[in-house]
Write a protein that binds this ligand. Structure first.
Ligand code: NAP
Length: 326
C-alpha cells in the first residue's frame, strides 16, 4: 500500500484510456486537460496553480513563470518525453522540484522512424510516390529515381550514441552498413559489439553517407549542423534528424538541399516547431514528418505510464524512477 497522495496532480493533456485508468488508481485528486494535444499557455498557467505534480508534454514550456504560477505546492514535473529541453531544470532544482523524463521506453519506436527516414530519403520513396500519383506517363528505365545504395557498404554516422543512437546502430548493422559515431560516455560494450568506430564530428561528417542525429538539444548542440558542416557532408549525402530541430540551422539546410551541397534530408523535428522553413516545403529532396518519432501505440502508453509513475512516486515520498539530473 502506498502512502496517500499529497496534493493534486495535473495532466496538461487528455491521456490515453490506459493512462487514464492508471490515474484513477491514484489516491489523490487528479485534473486532466480535455484535449490530447495539450493546453494553451493561459490554460496551463491557470490549471497548474496549487498543483503538487504536473505531468506535461514537450510542447509545455516549464520556466520560472510557470513555476511561479504553480506556487510552492509543486513537487514534481514529469515530462512525457525523454528530451527535456522544454524544462528549466535548474530553476526546478532551485525550488526543490523533481524533474523526470521517459528514457528507454521509446528507443525502438524512435529508431524505427529514424531508419524509415534513412530509407525513404536514400531511396527517394516519397518523391517517387508523388511522381506516380502525378499521373505522368512512365516506364522502367535505368535512371528513374536512382538513389543511395544503403546495404552495400554505405556508412552511417551517428551523432549522439546514447539509447536511441544505439538502437539506430542495431538497425544499421542488420543492413550491413558501416557505422561510425561521435564519442560518447554512455556507448560502452554494445558499441564495441556492433563494431562502431568513434570519430570526431568533422571526420564523421566527411566519412558518412548518412548522418543521423540523436544527441539532446543543449546550448552546445544548438546549430551543431550549419552551413560548414553540411558542406563537409558533401553532395549525395543524407541528413536525418529525429532529435530536436534547433540542432540544425534550418535555413542553411534548405539552402544546402536546394543547391546540391547535400543530397537529401529526412526531418521529424523543426527549428521553430510546428512552423517549417518555407524553403523546405518547396523542395522534393526532403521528407517532412510532424514529430512522430515515438508515436507507436504501445510506446505512447509506456511513456504516459512512466510519467504518471514518476509523479505517483514523488507524491508518495518515494524516489522518482527516472529523474533528470540538473
Ligand atoms: P541519451 O541516451 O541521453 O543519448 C544522447 C547521446 O548524445 C549521449 O550518448 C550523449 O553523450 C550524446 N551527446 C550529448 N551531447 C553531444 C554532443 N555535443 N555531440 C555528440 N553527442 C552528444 O538520449 P536518448 O534517449 O537516446 O534521446 C536522444 C534525444 O532524442 C532526446 O534528447 C530527444 O531530444 C530526442 N528524441 C526525439 C524523439 C522524436 O519523437 N523525434 C523521440 C525520443 C527522443 P554522453 O553519453 O557522453 O553524454
Amino acid at each position: 500500500m502506498s502512502t496517500p497522495t499529497q496534493g493534486r496532480l495535473h495532466v496538461s493533456f487528455r491521456p490515453s484510456d490506459r493512462a487514464h485508468q492508471a490515474l484513477e488508481t491514484l489516491p489523490g485528486p487528479v485534473t486532466c486537460a480535455a484535449d490530447p494535444s495539450g493546453q494553451t499557455r493561459a490554460e496551463l498557467l491557470s490549471d497548474v496553480r496549487g498543483a503538487a505534480a504536473l505531468v506535461c508534454l514537450l510542447t509545455d514550456r516549464v520556466d520560472a513563470e510557470l513555476l511561479d504560477a504553480a506556487g510552492p505546492s509543486l513537487r514534481i514535473v514529469a515530462n512525457m518525453a525523454v528530451g527535456h529541453d522544454n524544462i528549466d531544470v535548474a530553476a526546478c532544482a532551485a525550488r526543490g522540484i523533481t524533474v523526470t523524463n521517459t528514457p528507454g521506453v521509446l528507443d525502438e519506436a524512435t529508431a524505427d522512424l529514424a531508419f524509415a527516414l534513412l530509407l525513404a530519403t536514400s531511396r527517394r520513396v516519397v518523391e517517387a510516390d508523388a511522381f506516380v500519383r502525378s499521373g505522368e506517363p512512365w516506364s522502367w528505365r535505368p535512371d528513374l529515381f536512382v538513389g543511395l545504395d544503403v546495404s552495400s557498404g554505405a556508412t552511417l554516422g551517428i551523432v549522439g550514441l546514447g539509447r536511441i543512437g544505439l538502437a539506430m546502430a542495431r538497425r544499421a548493422r542488420a543492413f550491413d552498413m558501416r557505422i561510425v559515431a561521435t564519442p560518447s560516455r554512455s556507448a560502452g560494450e554494445e558499441a564495441a559489439r556492433l563494431g562502431i568506430e568513434t570519430l570526431p564530428l568533422p571526420d564523421l561528417l566527411v566519412t558518412s553517407d548518412v548522418v543521423s542525429l540523436h544527441c539532446p538539444l543543449t546550448p552546445e548542440t544548438r546549430h551543431l549542423i550549419g552551413a560548414e558542416e553540411l558542406r563537409q557532408m558533401g553532395p549525395g549525402s543524407v541528413l536525418v534528424n529525429t532529435a530536436r530541430g534547433p540542432i540544425v540551422d534550418e535555413a542553411a539546410l534548405a539552402a544546402a538541399l536546394a543547391d546540391g551541397t547535400i543530397g537529401a534530408a529526412g526531418l521529424d523535428v523543426f527549428e521553430d516547431e510546428p512552423a517549417v522553413h518555407p524553403d523546405l516545403l518547396a523542395l522534393p529532396n526532403v521528407v517532412l514528418l510532424p514529430h512522430i518519432g515515438s508515436a507507436g501505440r504501445a510506446t505512447r502508453d509506456r511513456m504516459a505510464m512512466l510519467a504518471i509513475d514518476n509523479a505517483r512516486a514523488v507524491l508518495a515520498g518515494e524516489p522518482a524512477p527516472t529523474p533528470v539530473h540538473p
